[in-house]
Design a protein around this ligand. Structure first.
Ligand SMILES: *Cc1c(COP(=O)(O)O)cnc(C)c1O
Length: 347
């Protein structure tokens, strides 16, 4: 499979923006090439210079943790940027299509709509697993991407690994596996499979387990052909210097992050069984993530009462296959206790 044949023709032909620093290699101490403020920045840290467009120091540090070479790593302004760039690189507006498998993360569809790309939606089967036959029927010569999310948002379950492998082997386009919640899962990441599948893209993020949602930093891991295309079309300085510096600092605190993951998983399992005992709860779906999908007797009333009490959960009750459900993020023990106390009031 030749990845470059999948790339939009205008992108294949594109001459990318060349930054001032791209054009210079070697040692220098006087930089008069980028119209920056040569005196400094009005902050304690120096932010007067443009950041490294390829974020090599940060990628090096990520590579030491993930074991993925730098040439197979892309960093985005959130995973959302990687999602958008995949559409822009591979999908001709008004012509190509992608396969989505609802209920799932909303940005795949929003990004498709922004880019004027048709979405073909094949709902998950009961049990929230992929409908491989339905997907196979929907795929045609203009299908460029398939987005799957594992563990899936908002259902919380992991998708069967073998099903994803079947897609990777048989689909003549890219399979994007969104692993935003992989740190909370018992399942293994797909990043070990990158050498096996040239059409695999794995998305991960600093927004969830890493506790850095405000920094906006997402990762895409893929074959170097795919990474090269994303780098070619991204805004030149898509990851700002403050984010690069702070993420490098954060990576030194991996022990703290791992401890939080353990606590979150324990707390999730405790919360799930406590919720299951409530009269207002019809069903608690098994979760491999840091949230729980819960079917309740009166979703609207419970949601509104919680809002009145200052507790915000996500109302998913109108979403296909999630009828009557709320999606509840695992909080601190104190927050979870407060939630349970309020929900007790409902029958
Ligand atoms: C939260 C989430 C993300 C994270 O997106 P960022 O832009 O990196 O914050 C990605 N995918 C899914 C499924 C999510 O739930």
């Amino acid at each position: 499979m030749n990845i470059n044949d999948l790339v939009r023709e205008n992108i294949q032909k594109l001459s990318p923006y060349s930054t001032a620093r791209d054009e210079f290699k070697g040692q220098a101490s006087v930089f008069l090439d980028a119209n920056e403020n040569s005196f400094g920045s009005p902050l304690p840290a120096d932010y007067n210079r443009y950041p490294d467009p390829l974020q090599l120091d940060l990628k090096e540090a990520i590579s030491r943790i993930k074991g993925v070479p730098i040439e197979n790593t892309f960093l985005g302004n959130g995973s959302d940027e990687a999602i958008d760039l995949l559409y822009r690189a591979f999908c001709n507006p008004g012509k190509d299509n992608v396969i989505l498998v609802p209920p799932t993360y909303g940005m795949y569809e929003v990004s498709a709509n922004i880019n004027d790309v048709e979405t073909r939606k094949i709902s998950l089967l009961p049990g929230f697993q992929l409908d491989l036959n339905g997907m196979a029927e929907a795929i045609d010569a203009r299908t460029k991407l398939i987005f799957v999310c594992s563990p899936n948002n908002p259902t919380g379950n992991s998708l069967n690994r073998h099903d994803i492998e079947t897609l990777l082997t048989n689909f003549n386009g890219l399979v994007v596996v969104d692993e935003a919640y992989i740190n909370f899962s018992k399942q293994h990441t797909f990043i070990r499979e990158l050498t096996e599948y040239p059409n695999l893209v794995v998305l991960q993020t600093f927004s969830k387990a890493w506790g850095l949602a405000a920094l906006r930093l997402g990762m895409a891991f893929a074959s170097s052909q795919i990474i090269d295309v994303l780098n070619k079309i991204k805004p030149p300085y898509n990851i700002n210097q403050a984010t690069q510096d702070l993420a490098l600092e954060a990576l030194k605190n991996i022990d703290q992050v791992n401890a939080w993951i353990k606590t979150t998983v324990n707390e999730r399992d405790r919360l799930a069984s406590a919720l299951a005992d409530l009269p207002a709860v019809r069903q608690v779906y098994p979760s491999d993530a840091n949230f729980i999908l819960v079917e309740v007797t009166q979703p609207e009333q419970i949601y509104n009462q919680l809002v009145d009490d200052g507790i915000i959960v996500r109302d998913r009750s109108k979403v296909v296959l999630c009828e009557g459900c709320l999606r509840i993020t695992v909080g601190t023990p104190k927050e979870n206790a407060r939630l349970l106390e309020r929900m007790k009031a409902f029958a």
